[in-house]
Design a protein around this ligand. Sequence first.
Ligand SMILES: N[C@@H]1[C@@H](O)[C@H](O)[C@@H](COP(=O)(O)O)O[C@@H]1O
Length: 369
Amino acid sequence: MVDRIKAFEPTAEKLFVLGLPTGSSPETIYRILVRRHKAGDISFKHVVTFNMVNKSPSFKCVQQLLTNASPQDEYVGIPREHPGSYHTFMYKNFFSHVDIDPANVNILNGNAPDLEAECIEYEEKIKRAGGIELFLGGIGPDGHLAFNEPGSSLASRTRVKTLAYDTILANSRFFGDDMTQVPRMALTVGLQTVLEVRTKCKFSPYFRRDIDGNMLIPTLLQAHEVVIIITGAHKSVALQKCIEGGVNHMWTLSCLQLHRYPMIVVDEDATLELQVKTVKYFKSIEAAASTLGFEQILPSTARTGTKPVNPPTIQESNGDNNPSEPTVDLVPDRMAARLNGSEAPVVDVERGRSPAFDRMWARVAAVEG
Ligand SMILES: N[C@@H]1[C@@H](O)[C@H](O)[C@@H](COP(=O)(O)O)O[C@@H]1O
């Protein structure tokens, strides 16, 4: 993500558009991004974000939208300041700790007076921003992407979604293990929103030098990518269905088979249900790339026409002093060492408010008047 943002060279006129998830899967990523930011390595000043989902449209809103619905009594709306809201999650884990402009933060408003209009406007906003450059996501144990539950249309767009039993069960851990407290409905981007590739290869007014540094070429804005984090044995069936099965609306992550640039990052446990030959093949892709002296750390010169920012050496990218013995990032102790080798988390993990959090809310309030 850091490489992508740097390579894009965002400015006030050319913002980098990032799609972001909530959940436990991206927490480590947010910690690392905050650390890199605090180290002066990356700025989010010219980054605009769109969160994938939000929970808890209020009871009244849902009634307005779905006149025939009979929402259950336990349904409660959650204000965005609620400790369990996705607003709170994002500010606490990420936005409060980096230099992003709150005006560039987009999170679906689950308490909007007209939810359908809110969803339509969200899609419009994404379009106005030029489309999402990099979508980061996770999945539920049933293979759902964002809140696109099993059975979601593969052509779906941002909308109100009723949560599936599995999701309510999985999310009850954020509600004191009380399933009755988990909202029954959510707002979510659609599968088509995620799949949207920049089919119209737009040429930006920005020019950069070619890889030899001697010719000006127009920048091609088509590097729309999706990166999904999947960890844990409880998600291994979903990974298997989505990787080895066909494209199927019952396992909505499988829609990524239709995407040009998807990347799924997994740990060993998540691969438990995959065929050995599938795992071996994917590992061999990385091993072959390392042997040949490049890694699947993009931007690739082939795709963007630019050199990677601070291209990693083989040693750096493998974490290995002997480049003649390429290793694979999927090895768990290597992965663990890379993650644990970092300093203590810089994000304030205390639940509730912190000075940084308060400062950020003050900025949000100023922007929103
Ligand atoms: N809507 C979110 C998803 O976007 C997220 O990917 C999933 C997994 O969460 P976790 O990473 O905590 O397993 O949780 C929720 O259902």
